[in-house]
Design a protein. Structure first.
Lengths: 323, 330, 330, 323
């Protein structure tokens, strides 16, 4: 029992909301109810939920195309999220952004980028605004292992440490960048070794260990809020499916697939909940509650209208462009 | 080699044959090698097995390093091909392309040159949204030293790729994702399409549609429909977007007296502006109607399918533009 | 505030006054802070002393991080100003500018916006060579969501800078190195130049020269010389390069019937192509002569001074273009 | 006596050719015989000469706007170099490149870039060509301390180590990037700490110690040639003048200026030469010989013609553009 029981329950609830939501979206795609590009985060539900559980609602989040779990764990309402994924005008972004570009300032989700590495410099700017204003906010930016080889990562890390910005570089190391395994895109054995290149604090953790994951996340948040500067947090996890929904992943070795199955965070977390004396009934009730929410969100998305062509003239500039 | 072939297969064949002929031809890009599946779009499938991992290199996600390495290898006399997964990602490699690849021959007074092909894919209508669909050819057309090509059919894809690889200067090779699956007659290995030469995709006498890439197919379809109304449309497939085949274009419009310039890229400040400006100047007084331009809407590419479809130049818009030139009264 | 002022001083004053009024206005760039001398061109001189190092931040040589940090700060509601030392260095930050700053308002469905000013300098004729002299405004004009401005005199510099900082969308602010030293009347702090409004720099009736930035001075000089030959030239200073003031431009050319579009950037695929294409379409049948375009040579900018001078659009070329429109016979 | 006497003489000769040449160019600028942008390398003559003395003529070099010493040390003929700086048609690049963009393949000088960091990825490509061909060449790319914060540095370092390329990343740490001191552009105390972020070998050296500098340079070259991969070499030195010729450097502290004066590599090298039993007369003779070469180069540059406007249509593409 290394973490607070209520906090663990919070993490479990966020995790299951991510998990049930992913299942729902995938079933909609499978059933032809949806036909969109979707990057499933299966296997990464817990790392993100534990991270977000350490944040305040007002804290900022910058994530990627594979960030639906980050957004859900941060609190984006499922109905608005599903509507956006479905390209409906009731979605967070009126259907203009889609799954790859969710934005929802009310819950602190400021940018979801489709360009690898580009979220990191932007996160610095949000953190810089907080530093100048003294508003106490912390910014978290999520990215993958593959993103650590692109220039933007390097420039952002160096600047964040130089300015001691209240930002957390949250690398969800799922061992693959598209079809490329970690060992085939860099010659170091973990991302966290790069923190030293900037004089930054770096922490590596088994992201599927809820207690450990939450603990290091909370420490990083506390440091940032206390003005002690940024942290590079490497959470080890697995991308349990292809790069995007439906993508082949035959390039993954049998060994890797087997190891991955062992490491599924969901059964492991469920077991931990029981160790913490939560009952099967309690846990099932939470999932049932989430499922009704998920179903309602699907209904909302399905019933909503598509945006009209006039939306092409809106939001290009502040003033609508004349027809 | 007869029978049908897809554009992906044609590109693969062109690269394969070039690699077989010249050890200097190498391929760098994300996931291009066999271990990673031979490229996300499979254009490099089978090449690692034949030519080895030193000539088909999967790279980290580092576009500046990819293009830069290709510039360096080209300076050393190799003929590298860089695969940049999507055109929007060229935005992280612009310095290498514009300040280096395009200029090194000039800045070195001709002592060095950069025989480099940058392959990239894009296209609107795929459902990839605002950061994965842009057509940025106009940027590169504005940069002296670069040649920009794009095929609209498998035979041209094969012939243009061979010419691009053989070119002693940098070539930006744009592949439209929606054209990958197109099938067409398989040309012989000897087939070449010269850079800088446009094709008359369809002959006509009333109006000329000048376009390239996927919209060539739209233009041909529209031309077919208008033929039923006795409107004879000539369709020019530029193939080399820039520097373009001005001779062929000007001659055609001089003949028809009317022109519609069409591309998928945003209309404003697109390549169509240059073509329209040149035609309007060169054929001043000869044109029977103002040159019409059609292009993408003035916004980022939206994700919602209905909006994305509204963003793309429609066949009706093409048809209306042709009719507008023909019905023109001052 | 009366008397004379240089363009550098006018820019410094505009930023100073904006910073005094709004804590959200901050400055990021290489060497911009006091410790580094207040910017290589001294535009930010004295600002650190007044507003502190948190609001005037010298950065590492990391343009992606500079622009990205400004995008983020802007999303949080601040009004950052990024100084990118030379326009060619924007090539390493294109992703942040094009895929993010320009598109986030649209992709978020209007939930967020990016009130960001990117200041950058450039100019041909300085002797900076191939990688430090490019005028790339046409690239940005092609990107929906961006506004591109450039001043040709100190008063406009001050008024445009205030409007750019007040704008709730990203603005690319281009400063020509050769104009920094220009002196002109010092406007009052209240002076504003609205974005999107061109200025008639000189009235005339025979031909309209449409230009912006440093070449406005060339155009005015040529107009003065042609006046001696009883040729009356109207000179339009766009000030906002894109989206440009089409109303003013079209009205002027409708009046004169003749147009010359002039810019320092490479002529082909430059902003002049869009302007010429629109004029040729809108005023088809009304134009007395084809629209003439003048721009930089089709090569990288050479270092040797004699070559660099040959690269730049000459005053004789401008004069000849005006005469060509007037002497035009079909 | 830790290095070969002949080698030291070679290093001395290269160093003095750099030194006398820089003096000549500066005197021409001062005297109004030249009016061009020139980035003096005063203070960095030795680091480069020792590095280049470890290379073969056929090895590749990629350098920067501040690379005239690298080019001279690599062997670029002074007459062609001066003519290029003066913008003459007899220059290495017909006057089109100028001081910032010297290219001279005969001596292996493949690219001189004006964009910070951009030479590193290109150097990888030259090295990759050598690796594929097995031609045994080594590529050296020179850059400054400020360049280590830009994305291209990061991407190039990672790729070079991943592919084990025969390339040497030669950082001439002159303590300043334009007006910004090292400590103000990053939070680490030396560039070499970044090597570990890529699993690369990193070596830091007092670049003004000829014996040490040459020794580590030769080791890096040997490693690369033996196929053992890249090295990040950080040579500590000083930029003894402003960022470019004539630029103010009042932002440098008195302490720094004093320390810098102490560290001038030229007197130090001369002293070492005497320790190695070279006589004043021998050394003076070498300098005299260099000075006549330098004077001849000035004459050649002065007497040469400027390029004609037709050069704008040449070298844009392989085929000359029609008038
Ligand atoms: C600059 C850039 N290059 C390439 C891509 C194509 N791409 C999309 S996701 C991806 C892999 C990213 O891997 P990683 O950072 O590990 O994130 P993950 O997908 O595993 O969550 C690539 C190469 C891109 N979006 N942006
Ligand atoms: C991408 C880019 N940003 C900015 C500049 C402007 N600039 C030229 S030199 C320089 C300083 C470089 O410092 P360093 O890498 O230490 O090299 P040094 O000049 O000290 O040799 C800067 C910022 C540039 N040339 N390229
Ligand atoms: Mg990954
Ligand atoms: Mg330095």
């Amino acid at each position: 029992m290394t973490i607070d029981r209520e906090k663990l329950l919070d993490i479990y609830t966020r995790t299951m909301r991510c998990a049930r939501s992913d299942e729902k979206i995938r079933s909609m795609l499978m059933g032809g109810k949806l036909a969109v590009l979707y990057y499933t985060y299966r296997g990464q539900e817990l790392v993100s939920s534990a991270m977000m559980a350490a944040l305040e609602p007002s804290d900022y989040l910058v994530t990627t195309y594979r960030g639906q779990h980050d957004q859900i764990a941060k609190g984006v309402p499922l109905d608005l999220l599903y509507a956006e994924i479905a390209g409906k005008v009731t979605g967070t972004c009126k259907g203009k952004g889609g799954s790859m570009h969710i934005t929802h300032p009310e819950t602190g989700v400021m940018v979801t980028t489709g360009v690898v590495g580009s979220g990191l410099p932007i996160a610095n700017g949000l953190a810089l605004a907080s530093q100048n204003r003294g508003d106490g906010r912390v910014t978290v930016t999520c990215f993958g292992d593959g993103a650590t080889n692109i220039g933007a990562f390097h420039e952002a890390m160096n600047m964040a440490q130089l300015y001691k910005l209240p930002v957390i570089f949250f690398c969800q190391n799922n061992r693959y960048g598209e079809h490329t395994a970690f060992a085939d895109h860099t010659n170091v054995d973990s991302v966290v070794t790069r923190a030293a290149a900037y004089g930054m604090k770096g922490v590596k953790v088994d992201g599927n260990d809820a207690e450990a994951m939450y603990t290091v996340a909370q420490e990083a948040v506390d440091r940032a809020r206390a003005g002690e500067g940024p942290t590079l947090l490497e959470a080890m996890c697995y991308r349990m499916m292809g790069h995007f929904f439906g993508a082949d992943f035959s390039y993954m070795s049998k060994e890797h697939l087997a190891e991955m199955a062992e490491e599924d965070p969901l059964p492991r977390l469920r077991k931990l909940m029981l160790d913490y004396q939560f009952t099967e009934a309690e846990l099932d009730a939470i999932v049932a509650q989430i499922d009704s929410e998920v179903d309602a969100a699907e209904q909302f998305a399905t019933d909503s209208a598509f945006p009209g062509p006039e939306e092409l003239r809106r939001d290009v500039f502040e003033a609508e462009i004349a027809a | 080699m007869t029978g049908k072939i897809t554009m992906v297969a044609a590109l693969n064949r062109a690269i394969d044959e070039a690699m077989a002929e010249d050890e200097g031809v190498i391929l760098l890009g994300e996931d291009v090698a066999a271990k990673q599946g031979g490229g996300v779009f499979k254009v490099s499938a089978g090449l690692t097995e034949k030519y080895g991992e030193h000539r088909v290199r999967s790279t980290p996600i580092s576009e500046q390093a990819i293009v830069g390495a290709c510039v360096g290898a080209a300076l050393a006399g190799m003929r590298p091909i860089a695969e940049i997964m999507l055109m929007n990602f060229l935005t992280v490699a612009m310095d290498q392309i514009v300040n280096h690849a395009a200029k090194l021959r000039f800045m070195s007074g001709g002592q060095t040159n950069v025989p480099l092909v940058i392959r990239t894919t894009t296209g609107v209508g795929v459902g990839f949204g605002g950061q994965h669909s842009d057509m940025l050819e106009a940027w590169f057309a504005h940069v002296p030293g670069l040649t920009i090509v794009t095929p609209s059919n498998p035979a041209d894809a094969q012939g243009l790729m061979r010419s691009a690889i053989a070119c002693n200067d940098p070539v930006i090779f744009i592949e439209n994702i929606l054209c990958y699956g197109i099938t067409g007659d398989a040309p012989s290995p000897a087939h070449r399409v010269p850079l800088g030469k446009a094709a008359i995709a369809r002959e006509g006498s009333d109006c000329t549609i000048i376009t390239y890439g996927r919209t060539v197919l739209d233009a041909l379809e529209v031309a077919g429909q208008l033929a039923d109304d006795d409107i004879s449309v000539e369709v020019i497939d530029l193939r080399t977007i820039a520097p373009y085949d001005e001779e062929t274009v000007t001659a055609s419009v001089r003949k028809t007296g009317r022109a519609v310039v069409l591309h998928e890229a945003v209309k404003s400040y697109g390549t169509g502006a240059e073509i329209a400006a040149r035609l309007s100047e060169k054929l001043f007084g000869e044109l029977k109607a103002p040159v019409q331009r059609i292009g993408g809407a003035f916004s980022a590419v939206p994700m919602a399918n209905v909006l994305e479809q509204a963003w793309i130049p429609s066949k009706d818009a093409i048809k209306d533009a042709v009719r507008a030139t023909i019905g023109w009264k001052n």
